[in-house]
Design a protein around this ligand. Structure first.
Ligand code: NAP
Length: 248
């Protein structure tokens, strides 16, 4: 158990929501970011408070550096940062590369890659013993797309997650001697609203037959792996990438 703060970007829905609830159950004070769905974010806060947990919600589009700075400022007032979950991530509509606009690709990279790196920068400034911090954990959300490449669907998204894999390994090495562990989870097909945002609400279920375990995963199954990485039970795990994908 800990009285420290965990920042979870994109904590209002899906995997981020499940992670916020699971982290609060393990004693973290949870600071969730959300892009626009204020009602969903406040519902997560109420759910956590109903079981005597502590949570706040802050509007933060991780594609905007000023929003990231505001998120961390709010978290500073809430307690001492102990964990960051770089969960916020977006896909574009299903498309081939030869049909993609520059704006679409820039947006995917700004949110999934630059946003995660900037959040990690702010977390390292607070948690690194080099800066007088007490250490901590950073968990990045990658995807099995980084291995599979997502042809004819969203190769740009897959490439953004490939960048997250490299970032996880490199940052982990960089801060391993400063009390910070860095790891990534690569979810497979998980039943959340991200598929609808890509224009294919039934994508996960349609592809379930391709999963060795023959089913989609749920957000709670990913959250359990994330909070394990955040815990002392994972005290010797860093620069590591864990597939939670039913074997896919
Ligand atoms: P989701 O259900 O679509 O939820 C997305 C969450 O991120 C929401 O809380 C949303 O906030 C927030 N968000 C969206 N754009 C944002 C932005 N620009 N800045 C900050 N927050 C933003 O997504 P999910 O399926 O839970 O995915 C979570 C992570 O897991 C992502 O990184 C995704 O790439 C990764 N992942 C998911 C799957 C899967 O099958 N679901 C598989 C592999 C990897 P609002 O509520 O305000 O919109």
């Amino acid at each position: 158990m800990t009285d420290r703060v965990a920042i979870i970007t994109g904590g209002s829905r899906g995997i981020g929501r499940a992670t916020a609830i699971a982290a609060a159950e393990r004693g973290f004070r949870v600071c969730i970011g959300y892009a626009s769905n204020e009602a969903a974010a406040h519902k997560v806060v109420s759910t956590i408070e109903a079981t005597n947990g502590k949570a706040i919600a802050v509007k933060c589009d991780v594609g905007e550096e000023s929003d990231i700075l505001a998120l961390f400022k709010a978290a500073d007032k809430f307690g001492t940062l102990g964990a960051l979950v770089n969960n916020a991530g977006v896909v574009g509509p299903t498309s081939r590369v030869d049909e993609m606009s520059a704006d679409r690709i820039r947006r995917i990279m700004a949110v999934n890659v630059t946003g995660s790196i900037l959040c990690a920068r702010e977390a390292v400034k607070r948690m690194s013993t080099r800066h007088g911090g007490r250490g901590g954990v950073i968990v990045n959300l990658s995807s099995v797309a980084s291995r599979l490449g997502s042809p004819n669907t969203y190769v740009d998204y897959a490439a953004s997650k490939g960048a997250i894999d490299s970032f996880t390994v490199g940052l982990g090495y960089e801060v391993a001697g400063e009390g910070i562990r860095v790891a990534a989870i690569r979810p497979g097909l998980i039943d959340t609203e991200i598929h609808a945002s890509g224009g294919e609400p039934d994508r996960a279920h349609r592809l379930a037959h391709m999963v060795p375990m023959k089913r989609v995963g749920n957000a709670e199954e990913i959250a359990k792996a994330i909070v394990w990485l955040m815990s002392e039970d994972a005290s010797y795990v860093t620069s590591a990438i864990l597939d939670v994908s039913g074997g896919r």
